[in-house]
Ligand binder design. Structure first.
Ligand code: NDP
Length: 477
């Protein structure tokens, strides 16, 4: 069960894959290998993985968040591969993606993630494996199961899967109505080690879901985290459960969370109000089907004065703008994640009895808002965090049924993960950025080319938008 130390840094000169890893990749690329074939493959002993280092957590001390550069703290190392324990699996990762938690981990904010690993390690001898001087990060993945530990029944070696990040084994009674309430619930690759930005990852079997057959590895890998989060926030009974006709204000409507929210709102027959920060992004929202779009930069909203007091005039101006678009109606639901900068405005603009559903605080977690607007108008704030297995499975099922589509706009090789995370940190990309782990190039892994072709406009929408092309041919699933 002991995991050895970091074996070495990977640089451009020693990018060569080990023979055993190449054999695994050849089996996947052949598309013919079966469970028995995978069982007879030797498990590689080491792999390339994206890591942060425990001895670097003070690297950015004294710098503002925006100046902390993931390219300086994310490394690609050669590391040992753990063996799967009970109810665990090793997955050969073809692709992963950048999430905002990749950014948080790389800039050691709000806390260095090594604290999470140390806490997790205290739970059991198996969990002790996670406490290492390096953290293999990444909370999304697609790939092929290589090994399963004792007790795994639903999946077997050779299965093509996507991986969601709810890491929980449900030994506490609290989690049995909703596993996100389990006191030992963690986010894989953020609060646990052996995440998805690696050639092989260690997961619990209840993180596995079937890979959507019409998508490439990188498209499939770019979805589980944000798609499942958006599903819980808007569709699940555990949060808002939007309905036909609801007006939903979506902050960051072409970001990761926002891009999926926009699809769920439109699919539900509800009305999105999209907030974005450029004309291109506004155009993308309209291409997807939104009628009401606010360009927050062009309209110059400043909800806070330089002295930290609220600029109520701009909050009111924002509310007025919403009413202009909607013929006088206020949002039934506000989909919140920017946090400190927008939260007071979100509370203000929600209709009486409306809901503000929040899962994050990108611009700061100490929120200030005028509570009179909340209590006098009987509004509700609902906290939400990732998704339980059922919710993640339903979100993945909608992708398999081609009712929800990827937001992938770019993909980078594993060794350029720092650059990819930098782009997300600086809000430079549309939708999602993928990372190729074992996949030698983009475009592989499609098992249903016909289904893909029927939706190719929707699948390539964000990629095309990143190139300045805004066209959408919509087809029914
Ligand atoms: P992205 O970077 O993909 O998108 C965020 C969007 O927010 C941007 O596209 C931007 O849109 C908008 N935004 C940024 N700053 C501001 C601002 N000051 N005011 C208004 N809008 C702003 O990130 P994600 O969507 O993946 O994640 C967003 C947050 O949610 C992160 O903090 C992340 O950690 C968290 N998160 C939490 C989850 C959970 O389970 N609790 C799950 C997933 C994410 P534009 O500039 O166009 O307005």
């Amino acid at each position: 069960m002991e995991i050895g130390p970091l074996i070495g840094r990977v640089d451009k000169e020693n990018l060569v894959m080990s023979g055993e890893m190449q054999t695994v990749l050849d089996a996947i690329l052949s598309e013919k290998a079966r469970a028995e074939d995978y069982a007879s493959l030797p498990t590689p002993k080491t792999m390339r993985a994206v890591t942060t280092h425990k001895d670097e957590v003070k690297k950015f001390e004294g710098l503002a968040s925006s100046e902390k550069d993931p390219r300086r703290s994310l490394h690609v190392d050669e590391v040992p591969i753990p063996e799967p324990g009970p109810n665990e699996a090793l997955v050969a990762v073809m692709a992963s993606s950048i999430n905002f938690n990749t950014v948080w981990t790389s800039i050691f904010e709000p806390l260095p993630t090594f604290q999470f690993l140390e806490r997790h390690a205290k739970r059991s001898p198996w969990d002790k494996r996670h406490d290492l001087p390096y953290h293999i990060i990444g909370s999304d993945g697609s790939g092929v199961i290589l090994r399963t530990g004792p007790g795994v029944t639903l999946f077997k070696p050779g299965d093509e899967v996507t991986i969601h990040c709810n890491y929980v084994d449900l030994q506490s009674p609290e989690g049995h109505d909703d596993s996100m309430l389990d006191p030992d619930q963690r986010i894989w690759g953020f609060e646990t080690n052996f995440g998805g930005l690696a050639e092989i990852t260690l997961v619990r079997a209840n993180q596995l879901m079937p890979k959507p057959p019409h998508l490439t590895w990188e498209e499939a890998a770019s979805m589980p985290l944000v798609n499942s989060t958006a599903y819980r926030m808007l569709v699940s009974h555990n949060a808002v459960q939007i309905k036909q006709g609801d007006i939903v204000l979506i902050w960051g409507a072409v970001g990761g969370l926002g891009g999926f929210a926009l699809q769920y709102v439109l699919n539900a027959g509800a009305f999105p109000i999209c907030v974005v920060s450029s004309e291109e992004r506004a155009k993308l929202c309209r291409t997807v089907g939104a009628r009401w779009v606010i360009d927050r930069k062009a309209e110059g909203y400043r909800f806070w004065n330089p002295d930290g007091t609220q600029n109520l005039a701009d909050v009111r101006r924002f509310g007025k703008r919403i009413r202009e678009l909607t013929d006088g109606e206020d949002p039934d639901v506000v989909y919140e994640h920017p946090g400190r900068e927008t939260f007071a405005a979100s509370v203000f603009v929600a209709r009486p009895g409306g809901k503000i559903v929040t899962c994050a605080s990108t611009t700061g977690y100490m929120h200030e808002y005028d509570n009179r607007y909340l209590w006098m108008n009987k509004k509700r704030i609902i906290g939400s965090h990732f998704a339980n297995y059922r919710e993640a499975w339903e979100a993945n099922r909608l992708v398999c049924k081609r009712a929800i589509h990827p937001l992938l706009s770019e993909a980078y090789p594993l060794e350029q993960t720092g650059e990819a995370a930098y782009r997300v940190h600086r809000n430079m990309a549309f939708g999602k950025i993928g990372v190729l782990c074992l996949a030698p190039r983009e475009g592989l892994g499609v098992r249903d080319p016909e289904g893909r072709q029927r939706h190719i406009g929707q699948i390539n929408l964000y990629r095309n938008a990143a190139k300045g092309e805004f066209r959408l041919v919509k087809t029914q699933p």
